[in-house]
Design a binder for this molecule. Structure first.
Ligand SMILES: [Zn+2]
Length: 437
């Protein structure tokens, strides 16, 4: 806003110089310049805008924007919360999921956000969270920067209004991910994580291509067209399946998804489902970056049944993506070094002053744990059947890109299914034993 008003002042000045012999017009231009200067002052002193904070403080005072977040450190959940300021996260697609994810990360005090979208804000977006009616017509990236910089001026925001599926867009996307100006000492490329929040497979395949080429970990998210289910997925090049390893039917069949759109019919969307998926995505992001808890490889959400399926997918040795195959080879070659690091970590974890031990000394009231009532612990007999059915539903839509994957994917699903059923049976046996005491 301030920049635009400044431009307007320059334009008025140019106009005045081009009309030296019109005193009455010059007088009107003077008045307009005064009004613009007044508006500039108003914009500068917009209420509620806080000053930047140099260091994250854990001090418990109402004026500290980070006190509630730093409490995670005091309670032993996160070892070093302030590290969040070192991280750069790229969000591709600033729609119903991406915009909410960007807001959550901004409120959490992330170091830097790179925002990519080519679309503009429309009134049809108002059923979702984040964008406001007065932002209609603005690009989604600029509108996001406007809101996010007000919420937390400490976050470095970069707005890229481009389409990553075009040649030029892809080049800018790649070079922006590689840029290490924000943290020159960082290993790898310039970002720590890429979040895909796009609404089409073509763009997902482009993010997949970029991340495979750059060996960059990313998370994919999606909400179904009927607005009642969604998922998040962690993709580590070479270690987990990439998006091309087991592509959805529409990608594997080579059909242009744009031809599948029906005239006058649009996808449904709910702020609730979008909010849940954005929440799951950012939760997984925080756990991944700050190294706490379990980082989900895949987490689904079925709103109609309130069911959250999980699974793991190994990479496909016959993947159609050449960069994916390169990363798979590197991952296999690095196994001895990985095993040694895991061994060293295990030994470190057994040290008496580890974070784990610190957490263990907290009693239940400190950890805010409530014991389940007896009735809440009983597992319905239908749970196992429901699990099998849900995993079957989950895998519908995934088809192998070649026959070899069929047996590979099938074996993985059977294995994870068997593991989950085994776990359920084990839990049930333990509960039965407890009930019998
Ligand atoms: Zn792959």
């Amino acid at each position: 806003m301030e920049a635009e008003l400044k431009e307007m002042l320059t334009d008025l000045d140019t106009l005045k110089r081009s009309l030296p012999d019109h005193p009455s017009l010059n007088s009107s231009i003077d008045k307009m310049q005064l009004r613009v200067e007044h508006l500039t002052n108003l914009a500068k002193s917009a209420p509620g805008r806080r000053l930047k904070v140099k260091d994250m403080s854990a001090e418990v005072v109402d004026s500290n924007p980070y006190s509630r977040l730093m409490a995670l450190q005091r309670m032993g959940i996160v070892e070093n919360y302030e590290r969040i300021r070192e991280f750069s996260v790229a969000i591709v697609g600033i729609g119903g999921v991406g915009s909410v994810a960007a807001e959550m990360l901004t409120r959490c005090g992330i170091g830097r956000l790179l925002l990519y979208d080519y679309d503009k804000v429309e009134l049809a977006n108002m059923n979702r969270l984040f964008f406001r009616p007065e932002q209609v017509g603005m690009t989604k990236t600029d509108a996001a920067v406007q809101t996010l910089s007000d919420i937390n001026p400490d976050v470095v925001l970069e707005s890229y209004t481009l389409n990553i599926t075009t040649l030029q867009g892809f080049e800018t996307f790649m070079s922006s991910l590689k840029n290490k100006t924000f943290c020159p000492s960082k290993q790898g490329i310039g970002v720590d994580l890429v979040l895909s929040c796009v609404d089409n497979y073509e763009a997902r395949m482009v993010v997949n291509q970029a991340c495979n080429e750059l060996n960059q970990t990313w998370m994919e998210s999606g909400v179904s067209e009927d607005a009642v289910s969604g998922h998040i997925q962690l993709l580590i090049p070479g270690e987990t399946a990439c998006f091309a390893c087991a592509p959805p039917l529409v990608v594997a069949s080579g059909v242009d998804e744009r031809t599948l759109k029906r005239e006058g019919v649009c996808a449904a969307s709910l702020p609730t489902t979008m909010g849940v998926v954005a929440g799951l995505l950012v939760q997984n992001t925080l756990k991944y970056l700050l190294k706490f808890g379990y980082v989900s490889p895949y987490l689904g959400y079925n709103a109609l049944k309130d069911y959250f399926p999980t699974m793991e997918m190994k990479p496909n040795p016959q993947c159609s993506n050449a960069a994916c195959l390169e990363r798979q080879n590197e991952y296999i070659l690095a196994k001895p070094a990985r095993d040694a690091a895991a061994k060293a970590k295990k030994e470190e974890a057994s040290e008496p002053d580890s974070l784990k031990d610190k957490i263990n000394v907290l009693d239940d009231s400190e950890r805010n744990i409530t014991l389940l009532q007896e009735s809440e612990t009983s597992l319905p007999k239908s749970a196992t059947l429901s699990l099998i059915a849900s995993i079957t539903i989950l895998m519908e839509g995934f088809v192998p890109s070649n026959p070899e994957v069929d047996s590979l994917a099938d074996a993985q699903i059977r294995l994870s299914l068997a593991m989950e059923v085994l776990d359920l049976n084990l839990i049930k046996q333990r509960l039965d034993h407890l009930n019998a005491l």
